[in-house]
Design a protein around this ligand. Structure first.
Ligand code: 5GP
Ligand code: MN
Length: 340
């Protein structure tokens, strides 16, 4: 975080503030970890910080310290609106455009609070008076650590905050394996462990909590895997019927797309998940190397994200979405089959 931003933040936080910390719709480990970590830190500094998420988050994150106090906008809308309207400062974390806040978007746009953005996604919008954006960062959790450091407050790190931040860095880096994981990331992680984060327990809490239903759904997903060697591409589909048969719960399909990307030679993987309730097909896109799934998701799926991990949606049926997907691949053939 540069000195100009640091000075602006210090000024904003010079007296106790009523703060709301918001993550993106369908929050993941990085969104929940960064929002909880920042809110604990701000409360320790004497502010009043509440965390609001647009909608519910997966079961495998529901052990994180303080997660029971998170206000879920879609479930507790009145409380969420009241808290937003009472705030004078809103931190938006792990997203780059207000439409990523789902049904909260309008209330955020209409409120009088000032905004601070902390985020590592490409092409941030400019709704905030302070934008701390760094696309080279592994995770928003790593940025929250640097934010605390810039405030000269690393001494305020505690067991809870180190647990929050460790969790988000771990989930957003695929357990420290993606190219965004740097020596600096490992130094941050080392410090978080020193401060109290129990690394092996956190891994167990996140990754060793599979239900038999989820494992069977993974079997269905792998069975539905399609490989298109001519495009170095693989895709997976899951219909609403298949999800229902295995009692799908939020978070159950997290990471499935990575199995498609793990096939030798595959540079681009995508999973299409039918959601009859919202009448959409939600997709998760992943790539290796220079192929930008952020660009593809923006161009075709009303989405975005990072170069190697993005999301989006289609309003066509599952089968039409797949045929459309196959029809757009030739446009990307050169990028997908380059020697890089
Ligand atoms: P996932 O596939 O795990 O849901 O998301 C991968 C990355 O893309 C995350 O950084 C996530 O924030 C971003 N992302 C997922 N869905 C969307 C979307 O609909 N729009 C945008 N702009 N980003 C998304
Ligand atoms: Mn993130």
């Amino acid at each position: 975080m540069n000195t100009e931003i640091t000075e602006q933040v210090k000024k904003l936080l010079a007296s106790p503030q009523k703060i709301v910390v918001v993550g993106h719709k369908n929050p993941d480990g990085d969104a929940i970890g960064s929002c909880l970590g920042l809110s604990f830190f701000l409360n320790r500094l004497g502010h009043k910080a509440d965390v609001i998420m647009p909608n519910d988050f997966p079961e495998f994150l529901k052990w994180l310290p303080g997660c029971d106090d998170i206000i879920i906008h879609d479930k507790d809308t009145d409380k969420s609106i009241e808290t937003i309207n009472n705030a004078n400062l809103i931190f938006t974390l792990d997203f780059n455009a207000l439409n990523r806040a789902g049904n909260m978007e309008q209330f955020l746009e209409d409120c009088d609070a000032k905004f601070v953005m902390i985020d590592h996604h490409q092409e941030p919008d400019d709704y905030a008076i302070i934008t701390y954006s760094d696309v080279s960062m592994s995770s928003t959790c790593e940025m929250v650590y640097h934010f605390i450091d810039a405030m000269d407050e690393l001494g305020a790190l505690c067991l809870e905050v180190s647990t929050h931040l460790y969790t988000g860095i771990m989930t957003d880096t695929g357990s420290f394996r993606f190219p965004s994981t740097t020596a600096k990331t490992h130094r941050v992680i080392a410090h978080l462990i020193e401060v109290g984060a129990n690394n092996s327990q956190i891994h167990e809490n996140i990754y060793d909590v599979n239900s038999p239903d989820r494992m069977k759904l993974l079997g269905v997903a792998l069975n539905n895997l399609n490989i298109m060697p001519e495009y170095n591409t693989a895709y997976i589909t899951l219909s609403q019927k298949e999800l229902d048969k295995h009692n799908f719960k939020k978070g159950d399909t997290e990471g499935f797309v990575n199995y498609a990307l793990s096939i030798k030679g595959v540079k681009f993987a995508i999973i299409f998940i039918e959601n009859k309730q919202d009448n959409i097909i939600k997709m998760s896109l992943r790539s290796k190397g220079d192929f930008s799934v952020n660009t593809l998701a923006r161009e075709h799926y009303n989405g975005g994200g990072h170069t190697n991990a993005a999301g989006g949606r289609s309003t066509l049926s599952l089968s039409k979405t797949i045929s459309e997907f196959i029809s757009i691949l030739p446009k990307y053939k050169n990028d997908l089959t380059d020697a890089s």
